[in-house]
Ligand binder design. Structure first.
Ligand code: MN
Ligand code: MN
Length: 284
């Protein structure tokens, strides 16, 4: 596989890729950030903190021994196009479920090109449906739009609260692109679990993408573009667990910018990835 080996593998798993159900890899792309730089340090920060997690899951009753995953290291992400091509190669060359650690959110476009889902579930403060940002059409703020134009899919974004006028206009007249704001979720005004599960029911291949800025900055301060009034970690995990399915053919967690705190955000990111894995194992 076209990756460099990890310094310390996610959750210290020595599993051989052949025996694994999940392939973990890093995509340290850090080229188009609009605010803070540093997401290229995300994958290794998440791995490092994952080594200290207590692995028994209160939510599922599963533990470290129930996880069959192999961390195959990082895709070379020096420039955008070779990084996206590398991600596509890695995912296409495995029959395991890919789990990608970012890196900026643009990496998800590489996974979407490889998996070609008909439904994309996204947790994000932003819609990332802009046509361009600062003149750049390939950006962490445009990846979902580029993917939509290229591949076509239904996308549901949960936890949104930092919207642009253009994005509101684009989604208003479009049955394929919808979102739940963080306030609608927190205040219980809408039931995203029911809507998402219905969408999964009628989909055949689903992709899940978690931008860490969906969490309130109180829970995840070290992200590229923090925005107030976000979800709690508990709310996020309730939503992910409540909409888990074996149709989810891959997932990623992105936008951890670790130098903006002392490890809390990377620890929470490692926990979310671990619990998401457990949730899917339980759903089988
Ligand atoms: Mn994003
Ligand atoms: Mn975001």
């Amino acid at each position: 596989m076209p990756t460099t080996p990890p310094i310390s593998p996610f959750l210290d798993k020595p599993v051989d890729p052949e025996d694994a159900d999940y392939i973990v890899f890093g995509a340290p792309l850090d080229r188009t950030a609009s605010n803070r730089r540093g997401t290229r340090f995300g994958p290794d920060a998440i791995r490092r903190e994952s080594a200290y997690l207590d692995t028994y899951s209160q939510r599922t009753g599963l533990d470290w021994g129930d996880l069959r995953l192999a961390d195959i290291g990082d895709v070379e992400c020096g420039d955008v196009e070779s990084c996206l091509a590398g991600i596509e190669d890695v995912i296409k060359s495995t029959d395991k479920v890919p789990v990608m650690l970012g890196g900026e959110h643009l990496i998800t476009l590489g996974a979407l090109r490889a998996i070609k889902p008909d439904l994309v579930i996204v947790y994000d403060a932003h819609l990332d449906l802009r046509d361009e940002l600062f003149g750049e059409r390939m950006s962490h703020a445009t990846y979902l739009r580029r993917g939509y134009d290229e591949l076509g899919y239904k996308a549901i974004i949960l936890g949104a609260r930092a919207l642009s006028g253009d994005e509101v206009e684009l989604t208003a007249g479009n049955d394929d692109l919808s979102y739940f704001t963080s306030l609608d979720i927190i205040k219980g005004r809408e039931d995203p679990i029911k809507t998402v599960n219905e969408a999964i029911e009628s989909a055949s291949r689903v992709y899940l993408s978690i931008d860490m800025d969906v969490l309130d900055p109180a829970y995840a301060p070290a992200v590229g573009n923090p925005h107030p009034e976000g979800l709690s970690t508990t709310k996020l995990m309730d939503l992910i667990a409540g909409t888990m399915s074996r149709k989810i053919a891959g997932f990623d967690l992105n936008e951890v910018c670790p130098h903006y705190d002392t490890g809390n955000t990377a620890t929470t990111a490692a926990y979310i990835v671990m619990e998401t894995l457990y949730a899917q194992i339980r759903s089988r």
